[in-house]
Structure formats: structure tokens, C-alpha cells
Design a protein around this ligand. Structure first.
Ligand code: CA
Length: 467
């Protein structure tokens, strides 16, 4: 009897093991984050075209601690809207502050102005170039507590207000919009606000941030957010009178919302811009990896004959190149192998239980031409490396690496090999560099394998291109 019982248990156990193996191997290693615009975690992105180059000013995410912190102020730039890079900070005095939602830059008084929210207050900053360096436009160029209202945009004793959006009308009058539906005129100095501060009466009530404002064919568009996290949305109103209103609110006034089919959750704080051909685009952050670990995506924005905005069909694939730029195609990497791989991470939903995502960190994600997926080494791996196998000996001119969390800096070593056994160091960082991408000239060396050893910085890469 006991023997029978044990035998039965063994059979049950074997069936269980087989089922586990089958289901585990059938579990698809997919990338739920699609092709983010930029290979980093960024939010509240303001994108604009300046002299043929796309500029993206944004909050740098991925620094942990939720809303208590942020990464440094950097500006990402691209000629074709596919390849993006930044080099150092554009706003040195704000480097170690909590820097959020920088807005677009506007050109006035022969200078560029930008209005980021720093440590919870909006500040005007100024520079001769959109690349910076920017400095505080009022008072001393430094952030010391208590924050002086002589430097903030609003001059009230408690100058709260976040997420500035500045618009200059055709007649030269500038307006500033900010959270909770506020709007006011900006004086000609571009750094002080008219005392007539208004609150736009919107159709949908409740907390709102990240205003977006633009003018198209004589119509003013005011876009405002609803909710947050996976429930983030954008609604809008229109005015043919003035940026101050009055506004009308179309029946179909929700522009973006969660799309279960395309796997977009909580499309929120972003911007609207148009290209040289007059096409419009909607930029949004996506709930992503919970908390302040968001990425940014761009989709096309279309209008009806009467000027109303069509709900944006949000997806994670993006719009591809907006400009043709001549360049070589990267070599095909046959295989990626790494010193270690971070275990998969299940991302707990916050407000929508249908948001169920697991992020995998496999080496192949460093060569899938997607900015939403990445290879990450295990956190205990103190000597992380990844090898790109080109399948056969190739002539290599250049390596382009897009590290994870590039704003915190990286140093590394590149080695090459013909057989995967004998290695030769061909590049080594002299210092930690705060940029992305990291570009190295490999002078046409003929090899099959290239190995990247990360000396300092986060051990992970979004993408690696070898030419
Ligand atoms: Ca990738």
C-alpha cells in the first residue's frame, strides 16, 4: 500500500516537472516596451525642431526614489529622429537639483528661454544657444534653500506651480501655462508673469498637469492631463479668440488613453510638435516600469476638417525617421553573449490590473534595434562584459554604444578577437564620460568578435551598433 502511494506520488511529480518545463520554455521572452524614441528613461519630453535639428528636453528618469529625485538636465538631439545623442549637461547650475519638465525653449530678445520645474518651482533660464549653457535668468545662478522668489518664475511668497508650457503668439505676446489649468501673460522680459493669472474652466475636472499648447490654422489648442500612472490621459479644448480663452470642448475630447491592443498604458505628459512638412506629432510618456522609470514615444497626430483633433492611435513603435540622413547600415551581429544576465522582473501594476508586464534582460536585446529593450548584467556581476559575434571576420570601422542610464556616466574597454580566445584591447576610456552614444573609431580592424567590458557605470546597454 505504502509502495503504491509512493509510486503514485512519483508519477504526479514527474508530470508536474514535465508541465513546468513545457510551460517555462513556452513562455515567450518578449519586449513589452516596444521601440521607445530615445535609449534612456525620460519623461515630460518637449520636442521641437530648431534649424533642422530635433531637440528633446525632458525629465531624466531612472534614478529611483520616485518623485523625490531626478536625473540631470540634458538635451537629446537628432537629425533624423531615429539616432539621438546628448553630451553633458545643458544647464550646469541645475545639475544636482530635482529637475523636471523643462518645457520647450522659446526664442525672444535675441536669446533662448526655458522654464523647467526645479525643486518644485518653475524657473526661467536663458542662453544664447538652445544647446546651452543655460543659466537662471533672474538673480544668482545658484539654487540655495530657502529658494528665493527673486529667481522663480512666479513671484508669490510661495510660488508653487509646475510644468510650464510657454507659447509666443504671432503678435509677439508670450503666454505661460502650468499645472492645475493656470495661464497668464508673460511680460516682454520673458521672466516675469502678469498679475492677471487665470484658471481655464475645462470640461473635465480634477488634478491636471503637463499642459500642452499650440496654434494651428488660427485655432488655439489647450491640452491637459487627467489621472496618472496607467490611468494617465490627455483631454483638450479649442479657442478661436485667445490663449486665455474662452475655450470650447468637443464631444470627443480625449486625445490619448490606455490602449490594451497596442499595450500602451497611461500615455501622459509630453508635447506636440510639427515637422518641416507641417505634419503634427504627439509625444507622450508611458507608464512603463512603474514610478519614475518611464520612456517616451511619438505617434502621428491628425485633425478633422473642422479643426478638432482625432484621438491619437497610440502605439509603442514610433514614427521612424522624419528626415533622411545618409549613413552606413550597421553590420549584422549574429550572436550576443554576456558575463551574466539580470533575472526577469515582473512589474507590479498600480491602478490597472490588466497592466501585466515582465521585463527580460537578455543579451540579444542589445542588438534588436529597439530602444525599449536592453541587456542588463546581474547586479552581483562586478566584471560585466558582453561579446558581439559577427559570424565571420569583418572589417570594423566604428562602434556605437547606447548605455543604460548614460547620464550617470560610463567608462569601458573594447577588445577584439578573430577566434574568441585571443583578445586585444583596442579602446579604453581615459575618464568617465557623461554622454550617449559612446562612439569609437576602430580603424578598419579585421575581426569576428568585439567585447565590451564595463569599467564603471550601470552594466547594461539598450543598443550596440557596429559598422
Ligand atoms: Ca534594444
Amino acid at each position: 500500500m505504502v509502495k503504491m502511494y509512493v509510486k503514485k506520488n512519483i508519477v504526479v511529480c514527474i508530470i508536474f516537472i514535465i508541465l513546468t518545463v513545457v510551460t517555462t520554455s513556452a513562455q515567450k521572452i518578449s519586449n513589452p516596451f516596444g521601440n521607445a524614441l530615445i535609449p534612456d528613461m525620460i519623461a515630460d519630453a518637449s520636442i521641437q525642431l530648431i534649424d533642422g535639428i530635433y531637440y528633446c528636453y525632458a525629465t531624466t528618469d531612472g534614478y529611483g526614489k520616485g518623485l523625490e529625485t531626478s536625473g540631470p538636465p540634458v538635451v537629446w538631439k537628432s537629425k533624423d529622429f531615429v539616432h539621438w545623442k546628448f553630451d553633458g549637461t545643458y544647464f550646469p547650475s541645475a545639475l544636482n537639483q530635482k529637475y523636471w519638465a523643462p518645457s520647450k525653449v522659446v526664442y525672444a530678445n535675441n536669446q533662448y528661454y526655458i522654464y523647467p520645474t526645479i525643486n518644485g518651482y518653475m524657473y526661467p533660464a536663458v542662453s544664447e544657444s538652445p544647446d546651452g549653457p543655460f543659466r537662471l535668468a533672474k538673480g544668482k545662478d545658484e539654487f540655495t534653500k530657502p529658494y528665493a522668489v527673486t529667481s522663480t518664475l512666479l513671484d508669490e511668497p510661495n510660488p508653487e506651480g509646475i510644468d510650464a508650457e510657454v507659447f509666443i503668439d504671432d503678435d509677439g505676446q508670450a503666454y505661460v501655462f502650468w499645472g492645475r489649468h493656470h495661464v497668464a501673460k508673460l511680460h516682454d522680459d520673458m521672466v516675469t508673469v502678469d498679475s492677471d493669472i487665470r484658471v481655464i474652466k475645462t470640461r473635465r475636472e480634477g488634478y491636471s498637469e503637463g499642459p500642452i499648447f499650440f496654434k494651428r490654422n488660427g485655432i488655439y489648442y489647450y491640452l491637459y492631463t487627467l489621472g496618472g500612472d496607467e490611468k494617465y490621459q490627455y483631454a483638450y479644448g479649442m479657442s478661436t479668440v485667445s490663449p486665455l480663452g474662452p475655450y470650447t470642448f468637443p464631444e470627443e475630447d480625449i486625445i490619448t488613453t490606455t490602449d490594451y491592443e497596442t499595450g500602451v498604458f497611461g500615455p501622459g505628459h509630453g508635447s506636440v510638435f510639427s515637422d518641416e512638412k507641417g505634419n503634427y506629432y504627439f509625444t507622450f510618456l508611458e507608464f512603463g516600469r512603474r514610478s519614475t522609470n518611464r520612456q517616451t514615444y511619438v505617434n502621428k497626430m491628425e485633425f478633422n476638417e473642422d479643426g478638432t483633433i482625432r484621438p491619437v492611435k497610440v502605439n509603442l513603435e514610433g514614427v521612424g525617421p522624419l528626415n533622411t540622413v545618409k549613413g552606413r547600415r550597421p553590420l549584422i551581429i549574429e550572436k550576443m553573449e554576456a558575463s551574466s544576465v539580470m533575472p526577469p522582473e515582473f512589474i507590479e501594476p498600480m491602478k490597472d490590473t490588466l497592466c501585466r508586464r515582465t521585463e527580460y534582460f537578455i543579451p540579444d536585446f542589445a542588438k534588436d534595434q529597439s530602444n525599449g529593450s536592453r541587456w542588463m548584467a546581474d547586479s552581483n556581476d562586478k566584471d560585466a562584459w558582453i561579446v558581439a559575434d559577427l559570424g565571420k571576420i569583418r572589417k570594423i570601422r566604428k562602434s556605437e554604444i547606447y548605455f543604460v542610464k548614460p547620464t550617470a556616466g560610463h567608462s569601458y574597454q573594447l577588445e577584439v578577437s578573430t577566434d574568441g580566445k585571443q583578445w586585444m584591447v583596442c579602446k579604453e576610456s581615459e575618464s568617465v564620460k557623461y554622454c550617449s552614444l559612446h562612439e569609437d573609431n576602430l580603424n578598419g580592424v579585421k575581426v569576428r568578435f568585439v567585447r565590451l567590458r564595463i569599467i564603471s557605470g550601470v552594466s547594461g546597454i539598450w543598443e550596440w551598433n557596429i559598422y
